[in-house]
Design a protein around this ligand. Structure first.
Ligand SMILES: [Mg+2]
Ligand SMILES: [Zn+2]
Length: 179
């Protein structure tokens, strides 16, 4: 079983000024423990994250990797692991195929983890583009109220999104999955 997570606003506190370094990367309360619990329960965890701050020149790929090393180390301290991190480093104007809501990041995860069928996979996000990317590959979608989540919740109907389960935060989602 695979769970795909958005990063900013789901695992770590998002910032309108972008999260630009490992020092600026701060987990949301309970998110690291939640990932570790899923992992220790046999789920494989993957992350699909838009990182246009690279394409915009706000931080380098090396700084992005340092953020991910910090995240993975915190999860490892709790006995868990992250199987794959798929990121889109492009500027939105580049028109790439990976920036969510496009499905490229989820397809990359599918290849990396050998997912033949996304119907048993859930993607957890805080923004419409996460939910849209999930639905475009037939993946279940869950919304958390952290990050942009409250705004997204108010936009679901207008966006025509249905079958979205909603949770207070990642820890709440994991409690539901593991109960
Ligand atoms: Mg997000
Ligand atoms: Zn991209």
């Amino acid at each position: 079983m695979v769970i795909i997570l958005d990063r900013d606003g789901v695992i770590n506190v998002d910032s309108a000024d972008y999260v630009k370094s490992a020092d600026e990367w701060h987990p949301i309360d309970g998110s690291i423990e939640a990932i570790a619990r899923l992992s220790k329960s046999g789920y494989r965890i993957a992350i699909a994250t838009n990182q246009s701050g690279v394409g915009r020149g706000y931080y380098t790929l090396a700084e992005l990797h340092a953020m991910h090393e910090k995240m993975c180390a915190l999860v490892a301290e709790q006995g868990g692991s992250i199987s794959h991190i798929a990121y889109c480093p492009h500027h939105p104007d580049e028109g790439c195929e990976c920036r969510k809501p496009k499905p490229g990041l989820l397809r990359e995860i599918g290849s990396a983890l050998g997912i033949a069928d996304f119907s048993s996979v859930t993607m957890v996000g805080d923004s419409l583009k996460d939910l849209q990317a999930a639905q475009s590959v037939g993946c279940r979608a869950a919304l958390v109220k952290t990050g942009n989540g409250m705004t997204t919740l108010s936009e679901l109907d207008d966006a025509g999104l249905s079958d979205i389960s909603v949770y207070d935060n990642l820890a709440d989602f994991v409690n539901h999955i593991l109960k």
